[in-house]
Write a protein that binds this ligand. Structure first.
Ligand code: NDP
Length: 351
C-alpha cells in the first residue's frame, strides 16, 4: 500500500501531447497542481489548450522547459512532486532515421526522466505510458500467446530498429524503466499499455499518429476499402482515467493493458461511413496481395503487411478493469466524436 497526497504537485512529461492533454484535464479537474514539462513553454499555439483548461478547472498549471535528450532537464519540474507521469515519446510512423527520431528519445528519455526521479526524494510513484506494442511486435506473434491473446505477461520480442522501429522504441524503453525501478525501493513504477488511442483530444491540431489515420479515411486513402489490419482501440479520455488511477490508487502495481475494444481498420471505417456518409470510404476489404504490392508506395514495408494483415488482434483488458476500475466507452462514440472534432476544427474538410 502506498498513499498518494493529491495536494502535492504532479509532473507530466510531453504535456503538449495528445494523450497528455486529456490526462492533464483529468488532473486539473481533481484540483491538482500540474507541473507541465514541455520542449518549448513559449509555444503558445500548443500551450493555449492547456491554459484554457486551467482557467476553468480547479487545478493549476506551471510550465517547465524540458527535453528528453537533455540530461537533468526534468529535475526542476519534478521537484516536490509525489507522482511523475512520463508520457513523452515520439509516436510517428514515417521517420528518416529511426535511431535518432524514435529510439534515442524513447530510451534515453526514459533513462533521463527516471534518473531524475532517483535524485528527487519527493517522488513516490512513476506512471510510464508504454504501449500494447511492448507486448507484441506483429499481430502474427500473438498466434503463439496463450488463447492467442495479449496479457500483461507477454513482451514484444520481434521488433528491431529496422522492423517496426516505433514498437522497438517502446519495448526497450519500458524494459529500461523496469530495470531502473527494480534497482531501488523508494518509488514504485506503474505502467499503462494503451492500444491505438482515438477520441477527441484537447488540441485538434496535435501531431500524434492517431490523427493521421482519421485524416487518411477523410482523404479517401481507403476508398477501395480498408486493409484487414486488426487492432485495439482506447478512447483518449478513458486512457486519462487509467493513468490517473495508476498514479493514485494505493495498490496499483505492474503493467496494465488499456484497451477498450478489439477492433480493426475496417470497423473504424464502417463507423465513420455510417455517421458521415459523404466521405470516400469503401465498405469492402482490399485483398492482402494488393496491400502487399502497394505497401512500399504507402511507406509500409512488405514484412509489416505479411506479418500483420489478416491476423487476429486480441488483448485482455481484465486487469485494467479489476485493478484500476476501468470502464470503456463504446467504440462508435470515440470514433464519431474524434472524426467530428476534426471536422469542427477544420482539420478535416467538411463534406
Ligand atoms: P504526441 O505526439 O501527441 O505526444 C508525444 C509527446 O512527446 C509530445 O508532447 C512531444 O512534445 C513529446 N516529445 C517528443 N520528443 C520529445 C523530446 N525529445 N523531448 C521532450 N518531449 C518530446 O503522441 P501521443 O500523445 O499519441 O503519445 C503519447 C504517449 O502515448 C507516447 O509515449 C506514445 O508512445 C504512447 N502511446 C500512444 C498511442 C496512440 O495511439 N496515440 C498508443 C500507445 C501508446 P512536443 O509537443 O514538443 O512535440
Amino acid at each position: 500500500m502506498q498513499t498518494i497526497d493529491n495536494t502535492k504537485p504532479v509532473m507530466v512529461t510531453g504535456a503538449t501531447g495528445y494523450v497528455a492533454g486529456r490526462l492533464i484535464e483529468k488532473l486539473l479537474s481533481e484540483g491538482i497542481i500540474v507541473h507541465a514539462a514541455v520542449r518549448n513553454p513559449d509555444n503558445k499555439e500548443k500551450t493555449k489548450y492547456l491554459d484554457a483548461l486551467a482557467e476553468k478547472l480547479p487545478g493549476s498549471i506551471k510550465y517547465f522547459k524540458s527535453d528528453l535528450l537533455v540530461d537533468g532537464s526534468y529535475d526542476e519540474a519534478m521537484a516536490g512532486c509525489e507522482v511523475v507521469y512520463h508520457t513523452a515519446s515520439p509516436f510517428i510512423n514515417k521517420v528518416e532515421d529511426a535511431q535518432r527520431d524514435l529510439i534515442d528519445p524513447a530510451l534515453k528519455g526514459t533513462q533521463n526522466v527516471l534518473e531524475g526521479v532517483n535524485r528527487t526524494d519527493s517522488v513516490k510513484r512513476v506512471v510510464v505510458t508504454s504501449s500494447c506494442v511492448s507486448i507484441y511486435g506483429d499481430a502474427k506473434d500473438t498466434l503463439n500467446y496463450p488463447n492467442q491473446e495479449m496479457t500483461e505477461d507477454q513482451w514484444n520480442t520481434t521488433s528491431t530498429a529496422d522492423h517496426q522501429p516505433y514498437s522497438y522504441s517502446k519495448v526497450i524503453a519500458e524494459k529500461e524503466a523496469w530495470k531502473i525501478a527494480e534497482a531501488q525501493d523508494r518509488w514504485r513504477l506503474v505502467v499503462v499499455n494503451p492500444s491505438f488511442v482515438i477520441g477527441p483530444g484537447i488540441n485538434p491540431h496535435a501531431t500524434s499518429e492517431s490523427f493521421n489515420i482519421m485524416k487518411q479515411f477523410a482523404k479517401g486513402d481507403f476508398k477501395m476499402g480498408a486493409p484487414a489490419f486488426n487492432m485495439g482501440c482506447v478512447d483518449v479520455r478513458d486512457l486519462a482515467v487509467a493513468h490517473y488511477e495508476a498514479g493514485t490508487r494505493e495498490d496499483a502495481e505492474g503493467r496494465h493493458i488499456a484497451s477498450g475494444h478489439n477492433s480493426s481498420f475496417r470497423e473504424i471505417g464502417r463507423i465513420i461511413k455510417d455517421k458521415y456518409p459523404n466521405y470516400p470510404i469503401g465498405k469492402g476489404s482490399v485483398p492482402k496481395f494488393m496491400i502487399w504490392l502497394m505497401a512500399p508506395s504507402a511507406g509500409i514495408t512488405r514484412k509489416v503487411v505479411a506479418r500483420n494483415v489478416g491476423y487476429p488482434w486480441k488483448a485482455n483488458n481484465t486487469k485494467s478493469k479489476e485493478k484500476l476500475g476501468m470502464t470503456y466507452r463504446p467504440l462508435n462514440e470515440s470514433v464519431e466524436e474524434f472524426f467530428g472534432s476534426l471536422i469542427d476544427a477544420g482539420v478535416i474538410e467538411k463534406k
